[in-house]
Design a protein around this ligand. Structure first.
Ligand code: GRG
Length: 277
């Protein structure tokens, strides 16, 4: 009996290790800040918390798997050894699988909050769609297939949108549904999400090209050494900065009809441009 418990505890430890390794929590914060912007009910925060946690679990799983030797083969993430360097490849694959599956456990738990079954189903569907083949996993597959090949800028846009943008947009979208936003509000919030998702990835490309490994807590300069096409590779550093600023401006403009309750969302948009890691 005891022998069966120890491997299970090690599996949970591997999941916890990456989940609590010091990520910025951008996606859960976006989900909660969207709830604050809409603020229709006192239950909103309670309803959104499991969704916010699920988003961070999915994001963390993607990083654990992205760091594996078969993918980016990285030793450092969030300034710490990557999951597989501590728990082994099988342990890291399972930690990722556990985090992904746990996310849907959190999302589907009938005890969590006062959302209607239809609202819950809609949220589960948009998150599953964003994380899967039509979103993050598909974007990652395309990104890997395109390494060391030359391709048009439109392909880079598709990679960025699917690999990074859709999970960011869906963090806002899920927050909007969970907070009872109107269709008009939801449309504007999705426009905000699309633009900060784009800005986030452009800035990620910029930081990879211009920062040090110490600043980033993960390998700097890895895009160039892996032959990855990025915004700086297409446009150069200065034009890339302008494109990130323009996307942040479009995001903030999309919130023009929201009150000061949307100030946290506005601040996150600014932060995405000014972040250093
Ligand atoms: C393996 C299915 C699968 C997908 C991987 C997200 C992803 C797809 C790969 C990560 C590689 C990467 C550097 C993507 C660029 C954008 C990104 C998601 C950066 C990391 O997100 P942050 O900055 O990370 O929010 P923290 O550590 O703060 O949580």
């Amino acid at each position: 009996m005891l022998q069966a418990v120890a491997p299970f505890e090690q599996h949970i430890e591997a999941m916890r290790y990456s989940l609590f390794a010091g990520g910025k929590r951008v996606r859960p914060i976006l989900c909660l800040a969207t709830g604050e912007a809409v603020a229709k009910s006192s239950d909103t925060e309670k309803n959104l918390l499991p969704i916010a946690c699920a988003l961070e679990c999915i994001h963390t799983y993607s990083l654990v798997h992205d760091d594996l030797p078969a993918m980016d083969d990285d030793d450092l993430r969030r300034g710490k050894p990557t999951n597989h360097t501590l728990f082994g490849e099988a342990g890291a694959i399972l930690a990722g699988d556990g985090l992904l599956t746990w996310a849907f456990d959190l999302l589907s738990s009938p005890d969590a909050g006062t959302l209607t079954p239809l609202e819950r189903l809609k949220i589960i569907h948009i998150i599953a769609r964003a994380a899967g083949p039509q979103g993050m996993v598909g974007g990652q597959a395309l990104d890997i297939a395109c390494e060391n090949t030359s391709f048009p800028f439109e392909t880079l846009q598709t990679i960025h949108k699917n690999k990074t943008g859709v999970l960011i947009t869906c963090s806002v979208h899920a927050g909007a549904i969970g907070a009872g936003a109107s269709p008009e509000q939801t449309e504007k919030l999705i426009a905000y999400g699309n633009n900060i998702g784009l800005a986030f990835q452009i800035v990620d490309d910029l930081l990879n090209a211009t920062s040090t490994t110490e600043q980033l807590g993960k390998a700097a300069g890895s895009d160039a050494s892996r032959g990855k096409a990025t915004y700086p590779a297409f446009f150069g550093i200065e034009k890339t900065r302008i494109k990130a600023q323009e996307a942040v401006k479009r995001a903030i403009d999309a919130l023009s009809e929201f009150s000061e309750n949307a100030d946290p969302l506005r601040a996150i948009a600014e932060y995405i441009y000014t972040r250093s890691h």
